[in-house]
Design a protein around this ligand. Structure first.
Ligand SMILES: [Zn+2]
Length: 218
């Protein structure tokens, strides 16, 4: 045991049993563990305390893990991020990729893999923080469908003030980085419309659209 302060890890997952299991496993390894039930909860906690590592599920309500991790990279470039998902076998299998230092496949990777992966990240954290700071990660936003006028829109969460607002976008699928000012604080936001979310949330989207009768037309 070293006498340096323990490394802090924030575990973000809407599934309480997974959150608790991972938190307990990390605590047994000697890490100081914080947990959050989704991206918004996590961002609130990050205002008070910034951990070394954030482990986040990709499929969560309210704010997707893709969006959450891109906010983390922009606001806290020194933080190491691990994306985890049960929907993909590897980071390479994710359409459009994900902004993370490592990927953990829930269900197929062993818990031991996660521990090794985290130890590895912490060991190489200094060089990673430099690489993160050099990038300017755009925010990835899910495509929300169409508004009452039939125009496609997304909901952008400002990386500075954290307030969210709807924004009309082109109906063409593109992975180009776009820019727009936050309507509240005027911070220039860079974003990518994340069309992969229809793959990540197939069931939820069907339910949403079924409830909003006819919104899928066009
Ligand atoms: Zn703002």
């Amino acid at each position: 045991m070293s006498d340096s302060p323990r490394n802090q890890i924030l575990v973000v997952d809407d599934d309480q049993s997974i959150r608790t299991t991972i938190a307990m496993m990390l605590a047994e390894e000697g890490y100081e563990v914080l947990t959050a039930e989704d991206g918004f909860d996590a961002l609130l906690q990050l205002k008070a305390k910034i951990p070394e590592v954030v482990i986040s599920d990709l499929n969560m309500p309210r704010m997707s893990g893709f969006e959450f991790l891109s906010v983390i990279r922009r606001r806290f470039p020194q933080v190491l991020v691990v994306a985890m998902s049960g929907a993909y076998e590897s980071a390479a299998a994710i359409p459009g990729g994900v902004i993370a230092d490592a990927f953990y496949a829930k269900g197929s990777d062993t818990p031991g893999t996660l521990l090794r992966l985290i130890a590895n990240l912490i060991r190489t954290s200094a060089s990673r923080a430099i690489a993160h700071a050099a990038q300017s990660a755009p925010v990835w936003v899910p495509r929300n469908g169409k508004d009452s006028r039939g125009l496609p829109y997304v909901v952008l969460t400002c990386t500075e003030c954290l307030r969210a607002f709807p924004l009309n976008v082109s109906s063409e699928a593109t992975t180009a980085v776009m820019e727009t000012p936050c309507i509240f604080c005027l911070t220039e936001l860079r974003y990518v419309v994340d069309s992969s979310l229809s793959v990540v949330f197939p069931r939820k989207r069907v339910m949403t659209f079924a409830a909003g009768a006819g919104m899928m037309q066009g």
